[in-house]
Design a binder for this molecule. Structure first.
Ligand code: ASP
Ligand code: MG
Length: 409
């Protein structure tokens, strides 16, 4: 009997009517002869509310208790979903993370999945259960405490269950009907993609296209789980995230991602010697600064400038860490210059591997609009630039046109 994983995000289970709507979709799959593992998020807004309560009680909260509180939203939805399915004459049972058990590390608030033993759920399927409803986002540590997988972690729960149970597909139901060539709020020409490769989705997810938690895509890629992103508010097929070989469309660029809240930091006149990069990025790493792009200038008379980008809300922390390192004597520079009004635009596509000229086309299009590029980085399937934040929308629209993403490939 084939097995399907169906994951419903917060907006798809926001109230009882929506839970009923989601349950109706599960019923249809059961009637089509599938066994189903349903993974649910907390009702929309609930996790934020729980996090807010924890912070109000205790600003530097004990991470174990944070997880105890914050994981509870999913428990409610799982139980309600099981009850709703039972009302539809479906043999359904809910499972909290520890009951499965979904075993994780003890990194509370950002735990990683270690294993999902199948025995208990398989035994219940064998005894007639049709649907297992799993509370997403949560697991149990080796110490026996409840853990959570980080915000958006139910996606990762769903993919992990799909991998563990060899599911035919993992359907991620959300409030958008798929993955788009770019944010449809920025250009009306954005087009829904039928398929996208894991590699491209990974780039888009980590670049701020918020449809899927990045880790869930990594996991899907590693275990070759076919993922479908689709809306729970209609019946249209969504976007399939799959192997590159399964994509027929030939296109060079698949999507354009943007990230609004970036900052650029430049260290002026640092010594150009072995170990200097380590002396800069070591302290930044220890301070928890997520450095993204890095550019080192050519040096003159043994000194150079080093520029990097990071999220804008980490700039103060970054500056502090650098000044502290300088005070301790491990690092010397003339000054730190920050630019907190930048955004990052990235074009992503596996076709870049085999096609030359993508960078030139991108830079030409931006130049024609008078948009100045401040930093450039590239990888095998991605080119990213930093531009002034006020040009972000224009840059996305311009590139969407330049690569003709409104036309099917
Ligand atoms: N409810 C959790 C969150 O909002 C997990 C999830 O929905 O994926 O982060
Ligand atoms: Mg989500």
């Amino acid at each position: 009997m084939s097995l399907l994983v169906m994951k419903f995000g917060g907006t798809s289970v926001a109230d009882l009517a929506r839970i009923r709507n989601a349950a109706g979709k599960v019923l249809r799959e059961v009637e089509a002869g599938h066994r189903v593992i349903v993974v649910v998020s907390a009702m929309a807004g609930r996790t934020n509310e729980l996090v807010g309560w924890v912070n109000e009680v205790s600003a530097l909260s004990d991470a174990r208790e944070y997880d105890a509180v914050v994981s509870s939203g999913e428990n409610v939805t799982a139980g309600l979903m099981a009850l709703t399915l039972q009302e539809m004459q479906v043999e359904a049972r809910s499972w909290q993370g520890w009951q499965v058990p979904l075993e994780t590390t003890s990194a509370h608030g950002a735990a990683r999945i270690l294993a999902i033993p199948r025995e208990r759920i398989d035994a219940r399927f064998a005894a007639g259960m049709q649907v297992a409803v799993i509370a997403g986002f949560q697991g149990i540590s080796p110490e026996g405490r409840i853990t959570t997988l980080g915000r958006g972690g139910s996606d990762t729960s769903a993919v992990a269950f799909a991998a563990a149970f060899g599911a035919e597909r993992c359907d991620i139901y959300t409030d958008v009907d798929g993955v788009y060539t770019t944010d449809p709020r920025i250009t009306g020409k954005a087009r829904k993609l039928d398929r996208i490769s894991y590699e491209e989705m990974l780039e888009l997810a980590s670049l701020g296209a918020k449809v899927l938690q990045t880790r869930s895509v990594e996991l899907a890629m590693r275990y070759r789980v076919r993922l479908q992103v689709l809306s729970s508010f209609g019946d249209a097929p969504g976007t399939l995230v799959c192997d590159e070989e399964d994509i027929m469309e030939s296109r060079i660029i698949s999507g354009i991602a943007h990230s609004r809240d970036e900052a650029k930091v430049t260290l002026l006149s640092v010594e150009d010697r072995p170990g200097i990069a380590a002396a800069i990025f070591g302290p930044l790493g220890e301070a928890g600064v997520n450095v993204d792009m890095i550019v080192q200038n050519i040096s003159e008379e043994g000194r150079t400038d080093m520029t990097f980008s990071c999220p804008v809300d980490q700039v103060t922390r970054a500056e502090k860490a650098l000044r502290a390192a300088a005070a301790e004597g491990g690092l010397a520079f003339a000054n730190v210059v920050t630019d907190t009004d930048v955004a990052k635009i990235s074009v992503v596509g596996i076709g870049m591997r085999s096609h030359a000229g993508v960078a030139a086309r991108m830079f030409r299009a931006l130049a024609d609009e008078g948009i100045n590029i401040k930093v450039i980085t590239t990888s095998e399937i991605k080119i990213s630039v930093l531009v002034d934040r006020k040009y972000m929308e224009l840059a996305v629209q311009t590139l969407h046109d330049a690569f003709e993403l409104d036309k099917a490939g």
